[in-house]
Design a protein around this ligand. Sequence first.
Ligand code: TXE
Length: 494
Amino acid sequence: MSTPVVSPHADAPAIGDTRLLIDGQRVDGAEGRTFDVFNPATGELLTRVAEARAEDVDRAVKAARRAFESGPWRDMKPKDRAAILWRLGDLLLEHAAELGGLETLDNGKPFVQARDGDVSAAAGLFHYMSGWATKLEGATIPISFPGSFHTYTRREAVGVVGLIVPWNFPLTIAAWKVAPALAAGNTVVLKPSEVTPLTALRLGELALEAGIPEGVLNVVPGFGAEAGAALTAHPDVDKVSFTGSTATGRAILQAATGNIKKVTLELGGKSPDIIMGDANLEAAIQGAADGIFYNQGEACAAGSRIYAHRSVYDEVVAGVSAAAESITVGDGFDPSSFIGPLVSKEHHQKVTGYVDLGREEGTVAAGGTYATEGGYYVAPTVFTDVTDQSRVVREEIFGPVVSILPFDDTDEVIRRANDTRYGLTAGVWTESISTAHRVADALRAGTVWVNCYGVFDAAMPFGGYKESGWGREMGGIVLDDYTESKTVCIRLGD
Ligand code: TXE
């Protein structure tokens, strides 16, 4: 069952064991089912992976609960927990080529970006979060109640956490969640996307190798409607953290009401990237192009609405279009590819539908073409002559597709940039420090990049306003979401 079906590239890594990881053991699903995983560069079958059903999720939750209650992880000395997490970060780096190759096979993204971007970001999360294991402090609190008291707070692990991740940065987003969850002493059931399950399974193996006790990190690939739904509704899961579409985020919120799980959500985006009239245009054009086209545009933070001041609009359209035309689209294992295929046939259909729609709603300034057979390729595409009401401007496309719109003054562009149900990220390009601060303050988004775009760091909180989500990933702030605060109030006597 765990034998790979094809390994299509000479430099692709071996796929390895594709069974579930529960309680430290590789196991088939209880019903013995598997699901197919495809290579997006060719559309061919890549491998088959064991499918977790509700019964398997329940087994994984029970293992995580046992591991939590019996305490080998939660009660471990914080410095020992920190050392193991640091070691896991090191192991990810030692296996960067293998993990990057698995990500390219599974997701399609260029191998160099996967190895040097995704894997190193994931390792960075474990290194950064290992430092927090020894720093989860409470406070002593002077209270005014009559009498003499010693009152303090403790920060404790929440318990068993269910982590549901998408296919666009499969390993990195898993690390965003697994690293702080483990640093705080929780135990985990991780459900990767059914489209890209391979690196999560390898992460689980490397975690055991690093010394994380059995049952602390369980990995259950499966479909959202079955395994995902079972995890979110499970009465013995204390918290769920999810990254994915806003529609699925809503379903997860509802499913979590049964036992009032704590929920964090990182959802969609339609991020504005604003180029002021005084911007360094060379930097702004390249930054705005990278901000949408990196990772095939399959990024929740993608800067998919570029607003350019009318005085520089023509130059921005020409520059971003030239950047789009100069990008090589191809197999992720070809070193010249900057953009790989989109992740799946279904997603290719969604994105190409928007490419066709954009041609009706506006003008194609670059790209506008896509493959109709073989791999799921789409040319980087730029639309102009669209309006704020066009669907390609309002809806999340999640592909290498951008609209460029002109504006005349700062108040106007702030209003238009904020006119969206999302609020994940935004960009501003300007040489004026006052404009930078004024616009950054006024934008309703969880991250605002000024004279840069798409800068991520394990120490930088990330998450959304409005329908882009609840809570934050990364930074010290994420530990609030993975800990309970307990108040202890002791009467000292009279
Ligand atoms: O996402 P889903 P999909 C956006 C993007 C994309 C669209 C659809 O616009 O085109 O979402 O992608 C699991 N209970 N983003 O369908 O459904 C699922 O198995 C519990 C934005 O792939 O949100 C997978 O593990 N879990 C985004 C994960 O949810 C469920 C990243 C994401 O799948 C579930 C990806 C359920 N009922 C897509 N249904 C971002 N914010 O980065 C599905 N899942």
